[in-house]
Design a protein around this ligand. Structure first.
Ligand code: ATP
Length: 207
């Protein structure tokens, strides 16, 4: 495989979508797929798919298409999904409950491995097979379980302090559901799943 120092953000965002479709093809025992077929199913331009994948080496065979199993392996490697990735969740409220219970559907060796909350009435309760832990156990648990990613589902005013705790504990990527901007050191990646602002953007397109 070609060495890929820097993959563009757009490609990094498309690869999981390719992977999801390819995993489905594996399930239904389809062994090869063309970029046209992928493009039709994913609503992505086939030329875009070929270009994205060519950046990592010559996976496709002209006239035959891509070997599904091989491509799945390559994409998993590129996305670093080959080892189990453990995720911490902070904030076991309504949203935190929903996401924790969604755990079973997280694919590709990814799972929520620890849940934290500051409310003493919640600490010690079971959620999705885990015991909700207090924040003073956060750093130790994250280190012990080698957790690298985190989900924030606390109210907006608490998000920055939780982000600080997480980054001090060595977390390198955060998916923030709190409706607020948070700041972290440069080597920590933050993605936002801000439901309200997403809906507000959609409102603009209403006619
Ligand atoms: P509930 O009413 O059951 O608390 P909720 O979803 O309405 O649910 P929110 O106020 O949105 O609750 O808070 C989400 C969760 O985040 C709660 O469980 C709350 O205890 C927790 N929380 C709030 N502040 C912090 C913090 N600084 N650190 C960790 N967890 C926090």
């Amino acid at each position: 495989m070609a060495k890929h120092e820097k993959i563009s953000e757009a490609v990094v965002r498309r690869l999981p979508i390719y992977l999801r479709y390819l995993s489905y093809l594996q399930q239904v025992e389809v062994t090869t797929v063309s970029s046209q077929q992928m493009g039709r199913n994913l609503d992505v331009n086939p030329a875009q798919i070929r270009k994205d994948l060519a950046a990592f080496g010559d996976f496709g065979k002209k006239g035959i298409g891509y070997d599904v199993n091989y491509l799945v392996e390559q994409i998993r490697q590129i996305l670093k999904l080959t080892d189990e990735i453990r995720v911490a969740l902070v904030g076991a409220g309504n949203l935190g409950h929903a996401i924790s219970n969604y755990n079973a559907y997280l694919k590709d060796n990814m799972r929520i491995a620890a849940i934290f909350d500051s409310n003493p009435n919640k600490v010690g309760n079971e959620l999705a097979g885990l015991t909700i832990q207090p924040l003073d156990e956060l750093a130790e648990t994250i280190a012990a379980k080698q957790i690298k990613l985190a989900i924030i589902t606390v109210p907006a005013p608490a998000a920055q302090s939780v982000c600080d705790l997480l980054t001090q504990a060595g977390i390198k990527g955060i998916l923030n559901f709190a409706p607020t901007t948070i700041r972290a050191p440069k080597d920590v990646r933050i993605h936002y799943a801000d439901v309200t602002s997403n809906l507000q953007s959609l409102a603009y397109y209403l006619t």
